[in-house]
Design a protein around this ligand. Structure first.
Ligand code: PAF
Length: 280
């Protein structure tokens, strides 16, 4: 296992690997790795000769009022998990290493990134697409694996890769849940036991809406309202409960093939997201 802390050394290593004909799969993360991340590393392991994991809590995707400073970190634990799952390289720059002080370039997707999380976190996806672009240039991956817990993020990155001709295959990986249904997230660590059990209402609400919509598309809006009420009655402060066409991220229409029913809600001060994706 090699660990790189600087951009230049990491990129030099990646370029050497490419020159020697090795294929590379990258798993970008913000650390505090859980079984969801491990499933991404396992997928990467099956795809490429070399598996790289980046661990970087990216400041440009956090708004000033968000949890950048208290985002959970456990570098030693992360390294042990990466070794366990057969990763070959970790890239873990310090905050100040990743961006030059006078950095003035952004990469921005301006369509799929607008609804859902993009509405309540207007600078979030710009931060994500910019850092992921940098990680792609540094890691030189043939494959990059992203979890569908952040499905909108996956769609935005797939669009970026297509529009900007990155020679990279994006591999969307299934969302991983705890046995009781809570979507795995590093932020679950913030929840008290009581908040955690009330947060299960998000998945229950999404499953209820999905079942209703599959049975009858015409009840779509009412189903979303019922899902919202379900989360609120468990004490959640709902940011959004919405249904969108996965390809356009617009309200589903006649041509829609696949939809995402997605929710974001606060339990205490913790904002959680979850989704169900299904044929329409
Ligand atoms: O999904 C995440 O953990 C982050 O948004 C990512 C893709 C690593 C970019 O910082």
């Amino acid at each position: 296992m090699k660990i790189f802390k600087t951009r230049r050394e990491f990129q030099a290593h990646s370029l050497e690997l490419k020159k020697s004909g090795k294929s590379i799969a990258l798993v970008p993360t913000m650390g505090f790795l859980h079984d969801g991340h491990m499933s991404l590393i396992d997928i990467a392991r099956k795809k490429a000769d070399v598996v790289m994991v980046s661990i970087f809590v990216n400041p440009t995707q956090f708004a000033p009022n968000e949890d950048f400073d208290r985002y959970p970190r456990d570098f030693d634990g992360d390294v042990a998990k990466c070794i366990d799952h057969g990763a070959d390289v970790i890239f873990a720059p310090e905050t100040g290493e990743m961006y030059d002080e006078n950095s003035s370039c952004w990469v921005e997707e301006v369509s799929l990134s607008k609804p859902l999380c993009g509405r309540s976190r207007p600078t979030f996806y710009r931060g994500v697409t910019t850092v992921v672009t940098k990680l792609f240039h540094l890691a030189q991956p043939d494959y990059a694996v992203f979890g569908l817990k952040d499905a909108q993020q996956c769609f935005v990155i797939e669009k970026m890769v297509k529009d900007l001709d990155f020679p990279i295959e994006i591999i969307p990986a299934p969302l991983v849940r705890d046995a009781d249904g809570l979507a795995l997230s590093s932020r679950n660590r913030y929840l008290s036991a009581d908040e955690r059990s009330r947060a299960l209402s998000i998945h229950r609400a999404l499953l209820g809406a999905k079942a209703e919509i599959i049975a009858d598309h015409s009840v779509m809006d009412a189903a979303l309202l019922r899902a919202k009420a379900g989360i609120e009655s468990a004490g959640g402060k709902v940011d959004y409960v919405d249904i969108l066409d996965c390809d356009t991220m617009a309200y589903p229409g006649e041509k829609t093939k696949r939809v995402i029913v997605a929710a974001a809600a606060f339990f205490g001060t913790t904002r959680l997201i979850d989704n169900e994706i299904f044929e329409f």
